[in-house]
Design a protein around this ligand. Structure first.
Ligand code: SF4
Length: 681
């Protein structure tokens, strides 16, 4: 069915067994915690990917990505770690690819304190969400450029010594010095490396020639190249660049991120379709070696169609290889329902941008392969078979039921609503978030295949009923979720909301089907609910004002690389955004918003208020806590334990099921640092 994806492909001296390439991406462990990182790469290799790439690998201390933790190939001290990664990938059954990178203007070298360098003297642009930096890069002299070429050669030699099959030269977006030289906005030089396209491409071509000379036939040479900033460049459109570069590499991974920034290429469900394919046509006309593009493909059908069309030779994906490292294996076996689809939530990206290990909403085992010994596919069969009642079929309850049954337990899953899904049913109704429902769909399909799970919906669950039923079970997992609070209490805003009842207050879940009116939405969640509700309500005919104590709406979405697109959508929709205010009073049909700095108040009349406030566990948890007869016989999971993201609920269900009836909780291993020694000693 997916024949195009399972044809072998030659790239230079290497043969790929299929057309599914696991792209380079950060995982947050990097050189600081390499055991956890290389276990991730190994598992992908075991999952059947044609090749597995490392994250960005810094080639020199002048390209220090701190506080991010990627890989390093500065010198021989880094050899043990990068060798171990290569061996792990190859041990898993796939060729290993290393991505060599110098980030030029994109790094401030906060860790090494080296002077940043770039094609032109400009402020550095390290991607720290919403925090511009007062640091500059020095314009590289010709001696600097020569030194850079030597660093790249040295890192390439190190990669060969480490055993890599594929070396990727990174020229993608503003993240890369090589792209910065290509980009006329960032390269204002007047020497032989600036001005015309030929001059701006000179350094990339020199580096490719240098790399080829080192690699010979020992490894394939690939280039990750962003050309978006050249679209419309009168001095050199991408077609002219393709002519200059043709023949210089064994394959090309082209990206078309707008503005050359990663954020524009890693959007959520509302990403702009398949328009990118047309941009590849010009490249296909010129390049004689294989071509790919790193992007999100909605379905395996879309991947297959892209390769079958001949426009690209293989697909390069990151997020689908995180949500399901065994995607190729399952696809090859036709086990489509076993594939955990990526929902484009970018929670993985939020880990990277928080400088911590990356987690995944759909794959709770991601990042835990080595440090906790978790496996996303192979259940640890329980020695004793138990009967477990799971109350609540939201993301935590579904995940717990699935994993408990895989371990051999007998599960009764109860849901008081007519449909399963819990809060995901609400989230998936918001604009651009429909893909979130796959969290439920995937688990439900899998559960219905399990003979040891009895699912009952529309089941009224009261405290008395639970106490009566409990004797038939060994344990109860309480997954009844959380509810929205209707006050404005959070960590910073503790003043109670004064209200005379003249303005109705709605929680988000009751706000979807209201008749139209003048609506104030006040946001204390700072993630995605308020902004997406605002778009939904404005489209339904409301006149929406969106107020927040913060400087901009949905500030946490900087972590998921969505804030700019979210705010742009709100402004384009005509939604009024009021920053830096607290909601203090609702009286006489008016809402009072107070400035968080000056405490000055402004009042305006509305038809209603939608409060996107805090969440708190459902009442059942507090009722059970008071019930001594069930002591030790129940566990709260997901939001019934503590409110959080959907990914945290899935993880909670997974962890509960894995640790159920085990004597000790899974330990968290760490790579021990070498004290007083270098890696070479
Ligand atoms: Fe996909 Fe979300 Fe998992 Fe990232 S966290 S891989 S976007 S499901």
């Amino acid at each position: 069915m997916y024949n195009a994806l399972f044809q072998p492909l030659r790239i230079g001296p290497k043969l790929l067994k299929n057309r599914l390439f696991a792209a380079s991406h950060g995982v947050g462990f990097g050189y600081r915690d390499p055991d956890a990182m290389l276990a991730i790469r190994k598992m992908k290799a075991e999952g059947g990917w044609a090749a597995v790439a490392t994250e960005q690998t810094e080639i020199h201390p002048t390209s220090d990505l701190s506080p991010y933790s990627g890989l390093r190939a500065w010198d021989a001290d880094d050899l043990p770690v990068i060798s171990a990664v290569s061996k792990a990938i190859q041990g898993g059954g796939a060729p290993s690819a290393i991505e060599l990178c110098h980030s030029g203007l994109n790094v401030s070298n906060l860790g090494t304190r080296e002077v940043p360098i770039g094609p032109t003297a400009l402020p550095t642009q390290q991607y720290l969400p919403a925090i511009p930096e007062p640091f500059y890069a020095r314009e590289m002299s010709l001696a600097d450029i020569e030194a850079f070429r030597q660093w790249h050669i040295a890192a390439t030699k190190l990669s060969i010594k480490a055993g890599y099959d594929i070396v990727l030269v990174f020229a993608m977006g503003t993240l890369s010095l090589l792209h910065q030289f290509l980009n006329p906005r960032l390269n204002r030089r007047r020497d032989k490396y600036g001005g015309s396209l030929e001059n701006r491409a000179r350094l990339l071509i020199e580096v490719l020639d240098d790399t080829r000379a080192v690699l010979g036939k020992s490894a394939a040479l690939g280039v990750r190249l962003s050309v978006a900033d050249l679209l419309g460049d009168p001095k050199g459109p991408p077609e002219a660049l393709y002519q200059l570069l043709n023949g210089k590499a064994d394959f090309w991974d082209l990206s078309f991120f707008r503005g050359g920034v990663l954020a524009s290429g890693s959007g959520r469900s509302d990403f702009d379709g398949d328009a990118y394919l047309h941009s590849l046509e010009a490249a296909r006309e010129v390049f004689e070696t294989p071509l790919t593009t790193t992007r999100f493909f909605d379905t395996p059908d879309a991947m297959n169609a892209a390769v079958k069309s001949g426009l690209i030779d293989f697909v390069t994906v990151a997020r689908q290889s995180i949500s399901d490292p065994f995607f190729p294996q399952k696809l090859a076996a036709g086990e489509l329902e076993a594939i955990r689809p990526c929902i484009k939530c970018n929670i993985c990206v939020s880990g990277d941008l928080s400088y911590v290990p990356v987690s995944c909403t759909q794959n709770p085992a991601f990042g835990e392969e080595w440090r906790r010994g978790w496996h996303p596919e192979i259940p640890k069969i329980s020695k004793r078979r138990k009967r477990v009642m799971v109350i609540g079929a939201g993301s935590a309850g579904l995940e717990a039921s699935l994993r408990l049954s895989e371990r051999g337990h007998k599960v009764t899953l109860l849901e008081q609503n007519k449909t399963v899904g819990g809060r995901v049913n609400f989230i998936a109704q918001l604009p651009g978030l429909d893909r979130w429902h796959q969290v439920v769909d995937y688990r439900l399909k899998r559960l219905l295949c399990q003979s040891e799970v009895a699912l009952k919906t529309d089941q009224l669950v009261t405290l008395d009923w639970v106490i009566n039923q409990a004797q038939g079970y060994d344990h109860i997992a309480l997954a009844t979720g959380a509810k929205w609070r209707l006050d404005v209490v959070d960590r910073t805003t503790t003043r109670p909301l004064a209200t005379d009842g003249s303005l109705p207050i709605y929680p988000p879940t009751k706000a979807i089907n209201l008749s139209s009116g003048k609506t104030l939405i006040f946001d204390l969640e700072h993630y995605q609910i308020a902004s997406q509700l605002a778009l939904l309500r404005q489209a339904a005919g409301d006149l929406v004002t969106l107020a927040t104590p913060c400087a901009e709406i949905a500030p946490w979405t900087h972590k998921t690389m969505e804030q700019q697109s979210v705010q742009a959508k709100l402004l384009r929709a005509g939604i009024q955004i009021v920053p830096h205010v607290n909601l203090s009073r609702l009286t006489r049909g008016e809402a009072e918003l107070r400035c968080v700095f000056t405490d000055r108040a402004k009042r305006a009349s509305y038809d209603r208020v939608i409060l996107v406030g805090l969440r708190q566990p459902s009442n059942m948890k507090y009722a059970l806590e008071k019930t001594r007869s069930l002591n030790g016989q129940w566990t709260a999971i997901g939001e019934a334990d503590v409110p959080g993201t959907v990914g945290q609920s899935v993880r909670s269900g997974f962890k509960f099921a894995l640790e159920f009836e085990e004597a000790v909780a899974t330990e968290v291993k760490r790579t021990r640092p070498l004290v007083g020694k270098t890696q070479r000693e």
